[in-house]
Ligand binder design. Structure first.
Ligand code: ADE
Length: 243
């Protein structure tokens, strides 16, 4: 997969793209990430990327010309990129979108800055995406979140495919609790069932814990679970030691 990032802060991406799974995926050429400075596509003498808003008001607005120049230049290459603008006004990003986009050959991510972008950008992009209901100082951190979530779904990026496929959000559940040695830490014990060696009981306990956590912490997700999962859960309620 190729991901092109359009930003006025290209340096922002230097270190994160070298680290961890992302760094390895880039090294293995499973993923190619190219960072482009929007300012390089400004045509005036001062390389202007922002201007005052029509109608007045505080702050500056990102101009269209450098952005559209950049997009048109990038889209001369094949395969065509799916163009995404990172903005708090966008549709909420989630695991389903990550899964969907991980199948694309090429993505172009535009990082918004300042008080926003000239709204006519909507004519030149495919989607506007927000990573959550809070305001970041720009789309750069959001772009990194999106890249991280997508790239770990590309075959070969995460070593253990099962660990991705059985993850909480793939099933609409939060993750069950995990434990490692020591068995007792400052008097706090690991649940007995995990030391029992009974794989069937462990599997059932974990599933139950995942549902229980989801119900307690994310009632919005719990509501959306298929009825048979909720039914199975209700029949187990009260029969196990739970959180
Ligand atoms: N830019 C600023 N805040 C953002 C958010 N929450 N999601 C995506 N892009 C943003």
């Amino acid at each position: 997969m190729i991901i092109d990032i359009l930003t006025i802060f290209p340096g922002y991406f230097e270190s994160p793209l070298k680290e961890s799974l992302l760094g390895k995926a880039i090294e293995k050429s499973i993923l190619t990430i190219r960072v482009h400075n929007i300012r390089d596509y400004a045509t005036d003498r001062h390389k202007t990327v922002d201007d005052r808003p029509f109608g007045g008001g505080a702050g500056m607005v990102m101009k269209l010309e450098p952005l559209v120049n950049a997009l048109e230049s990038l889209q001369q290459e094949e395969p065509q990129g799916f163009v995404v603008l990172l903005t708090p006004q966008g549709r909420l990003f989630n695991q389903r979108t990550a899964r969907d986009w991980s199948n694309k050959k090429r993505l172009i991510l535009i990082c918004g800055r300042y008080e926003g972008i000239d709204d006519r950008i909507s004519h030149f992009i495919n989607e506007e995406i927000s990573i959550g209901d809070y305001i970041l100082s720009g789309g750069e951190a959001a772009a990194l979140v999106v890249i991280d979530a997508i790239s770990r779904l590309i075959p070969g990026v995460v070593g253990n495919k099962e660990s991705v496929d059985t993850e909480s959000f793939e099933l609409g559940l939060l993750e069950y609790p995990q434990f490692t040695r020591p068995r007792v830490f400052r008097g706090i014990k690991v649940p007995d069932v995990l030391l029992s060696g009974n794989h069937q009981a462990i599997k059932q306990w974990r599933f139950h814990q995942a549902i229980l956590r989801t119900k307690k912490r994310r009632p919005d997700l719990f509501k959306k679970l298929p009825p048979d999962i909720k039914k199975g859960f209700n029949s187990l309620e009260g029969t196990r030691n739970i959180e």
